[in-house]
Design a protein around this ligand. Structure first.
Ligand code: G3H
Ligand code: 13P
Ligand code: ZN
Length: 386
């Protein structure tokens, strides 16, 4: 008989205020805030690609007393390491660890879309186990052959990562099914397949993962549907999958990739700036054609146990929109920290908005701002909003 997968070692001590993504998501699945147990909520996993993103996320988490989840993709790691992903991992993780030590909340660091298929992917996952608190082993797609991996191969490779990471106390996220859209700068999938409940059962039993990204219709990137149309997720399937997972282990939490809703106010603000500057690069229509997933759909997923919601695209848009605004306001400030602050504050504003929408506030301490009154607005300064 095949050996059972190793259980997650929950005795592992991480640096001050750091824990696994699974610990934060399980609290969310159980609706735990402070000593209270209430409604299920979600932990947005913000993809960070630069130090401003990290600083902004900490600021938002601390203003709200939220659980913090910072995700880094392979390409983000290469960006931090000027082409060297492993060096980038060391630099980013040390920076985050130092910030966590003086923080008022708890955070997790997570490798996003790591894979155990390619040599390069395996090296990054192995290094991440040394530096982060959680890893994703996305073996659902063969990025070279651009095809879905056979179920058994996906399960075997993911199990290898669980065998390595769980004894060391790191949570592992697997993926089952194929998600359409752009996953990273090298990976783009034109097709998507829904996760099959029987396959989910086999996959979870075989791998022992406590976090799983099933595919139920979400999509990466800024064009999640036809302009003017509404994205429809398969919420019914999400509940069927939850029933399968809960039967195996109620501590399993689901992950929604491609969960950016995209804020209409961010698009409106960007278009206004482009109009002011006569749209020098003909970008206005691209902004107008962006389509995100409506929040009511994501809420449906949260009810179905999707307690980690991955958001990258909407944060990128917020940053870029704010940069356009800063440049139209003035293009001659030699102290470039002013532009930097405009964009970082914009990120804080959108992170706060998403944390409130997801119900992830008051987890580690009471919010320092009035959550009910908060209104995301790129044209107002952060200090006027909080
Ligand atoms: O799902 C993937 C993220 O959006 C990562 O994108 O590889 O361009 O950082 P990136
Ligand atoms: P978005 O493109 O919707 O932001 O999704 C990001 C993501 O899934 C990262 O893993
Ligand atoms: Zn993703």
């Amino acid at each position: 008989m095949k050996k059972l997968p190793p259980k997650l070692n929950t005795d592992r001590k991480f640096p001050t205020n750091m824990t696994t993504a699974h610990a934060l998501c399980l609290k969310a699945k159980n609706g735990e805030k402070g000593n209270q147990k209430g409604k299920r909520y979600a932990v947005p996993a913000f993809n960070i690609t630069h130090f401003q993103g990290i600083n902004a996320a900490f600021k938002a988490f601390e203003l709200l007393g939220s659980s913090g989840l910072l995700a880094v993709s392979n390409s983000a790691l290469k960006h931090f390491g000027e082409g060297d992903a492993i060096y980038g991992l060391e630099v980013a993780s040390e920076y985050i660890t130092k910030k966590a030590a003086r923080s008022s909340i708890k955070i997790a660091t997570h490798l996003d879309h790591g894979d155990y298929i390619s040599e390069a992917g395996r090296r990054v996952v192995q290094a991440s186990v040394q530096h982060l608190t959680s890893v994703m082993a996305d073996n659902s797609t063969d990025k070279v052959a651009k095809a879905a991996m056979p179920l058994q191969d996906n399960a075997d490779l993911t199990r290898e990562v669980v065998d390595m990471a769980h004894p060391l106390g790191l949570s592992v996220e697997g993926e089952l099914g194929v998600l359409a859209g752009e996953e990273d700068e090298d990976t783009k999938s034109e097709f998507s397949t829904y996760t099959n409940p029987d396959e989910l059962d086999q996959f979870l039993q075989h791998t022992g993962v406590l976090m799983l990204a099933p595919t139920i219709g979400t999509m990466h990137g800024p064009n999640k549907g036809k302009p003017g149309s509404k994205v429809k997720l398969n919420i019914k399937l999400a509940h069927e999958l939850l029933a399968v997972a809960d039967k195996i282990n109620p501590e399993i939490t689901f992950v929604a990739h491609g969960a950016s809703t995209l804020y209409p106010e961010v698009v409106k603000y960007a278009v206004e700036q482009l109009d002011k500057m006569n749209d020098p690069s003909n970008s206005k229509q691209k902004w107008l054609d962006f389509v995100g997933t409506d929040w009511d759909q994501i809420e449906g997923l949260i009810e179905a146990g999707f307690c980690k919601i991955n958001t990258d695209t909407e944060n990128r848009q917020t940053f870029l929109s704010a940069l356009l605004g800063a440049i139209t306001e003035t293009s001659s400030k030699i102290d470039i920290r002013w532009y930097d602050n405009q964009c970082t504050d914009a990120l804080v504003k959108s992170y706060i908005q998403k944390l409130i929408m997801a119900g992830n506030y008051g987890v580690w301490h009471e919010p320092k701002i009035d959550v009910k009154k908060y209104q995301f607005d790129l044209s107002k300064s952060l200090s006027d909003l909080i």
